[in-house]
Design a protein around this ligand. Structure first.
Ligand code: NAD
Length: 301
């Protein structure tokens, strides 16, 4: 077998961001300044770090970011009011609601309140439904990033058997939908799947999105499989705190043809695709406005 290839998420994210920067520049030449509104409710430390990183990355690629920090005691109604204002604000192209929300807020209502065309996280049911129908919509960022890495690594994905481990709404299910759209045969495993190792061993492609440190070792993998590790788990190792994936990297490495490391694999792709979705949203809104103006002109003349 060939030497296993390390899939470099940082380099791939840099490629995506390079293209985003070019798209932002060309929109600016048409007097359109892409803008992302980020809403953070409360002061969860991890969420604050995520929000800061998203805003920094937006600035780097020329996307204007507008931060809305709401206090922990914000009500669902107050959050919905802010979302309604941002929905109608034509200077805002994308709205990101940082999750998790405090327990008293109705998360589903808040996510459903975001205009589907500004839903850069791809969590609105209209985008979820569109994705499951194979339509081109704003798709969730992490699975979109995983698909990009797979296409770069494997080339044509048609006919490959992909096993997705995990069925969450933010990773597992949209990942399965994207892989189906790419003409893979897809199996989704979850906590109630009997003998998941046996099913996983049939896969050409494995996407692990479980949230269990180093759950997947060589006994789960067909020799030569391509492995995308979405998991981000903090563990104590020899008295040191560090991040590991859902895949036991050292154990799996000799059995695979390619694998993402943690950190440095899927993580950088998520933010890169958030930026890409913001520019896509701006382009879609520009297109919709043009169509409206053309229709108005036709109705006048
Ligand atoms: P989740 O807890 O919502 O879902 C986990 C899924 O794993 C569930 O569907 C469950 O059925 C399944 N599962 C649990 N135990 C299993 C087992 N033994 N065998 C098979 N399936 C099992 O988690 P999530 O939000 O999808 O996140 C998964 C992991 O991905 C976490 O580590 C999270 O931190 C990470 N994550 C990373 C990024 C990124 O940008 N890299 C983004 C989102 C999530």
């Amino acid at each position: 077998m060939n030497v296993p290839r390390l899939i470099d998420g940082k380099a791939a994210a840099a490629q995506v961001l390079f293209q985003v920067r070019k798209d932002v520049d060309s929109l600016r030449e048409q007097d359109i300044q892409p803008a992302l509104a980020v809403i953070l409710v409360g002061s969860d430390p991890a969420s604050q770090v995520y929000v800061r990183n998203k805003i920094l990355r937006a600035e780097e690629v020329g996307i204007r970011s507008v931060e809305h920090r709401l206090s922990l005691d914000t009500s669902t109604e107050q959050l919905l009011n802010l979302i309604a204002t941002l929905n109608t604000d034509r200077s805002i192209n994308g709205i990101l609601l940082q999750l998790p929300l405090p327990a008293h807020i109705d998360e589903l209502r808040a996510l459903e309140a975001i205009a589907p065309g500004k839903d850069v996280d791809g969590f609105h049911s209209e985008n979820v439904g569109g994705l499951s129908q194979g339509r081109t919509v704003l798709a969730p960022c992490t699975p979109s990033g995983c698909l990009y890495l797979l296409e770069q690594t494997c080339g044509d994905l048609r006919g490959k058997h992909a096993v997705v481990i995990g069925r969450s709404n933010i990773v597992g299910k949209p990942m399965a939908a994207l892989l189906l759209k790419a003409d893979c045969s897809v199996t989704v495993l979850h906590s109630r799947s009997p003998d998941p190792q046996a099913l996983c061993r049939q896969a050409d492609i494995v996407i692990a999105a479980v949230g269990r440190p180093r759950l997947i070792d060589a006994s789960w993998l067909k020799p030569g499989a391509v492995v995308i590790d979405v998991g981000i788990n903090r563990i104590e190792d020899d008295g040191r705190s560090r991040l590991v994936g859902d895949v036991d990297f050292d154990n799996a490495l000799p059995h695979v043809s390619a694998i993402t490391p943690v950190p440095g694999g899927v993580g950088p792709m998520t933010i890169a695709f958030l930026m890409k979705n913001t520019v896509t949203a701006a382009l879609m809104q520009q297109q919709a406005q043009r169509s409206q103006s053309e229709a108005l002109c036709r109705s006048i003349y």
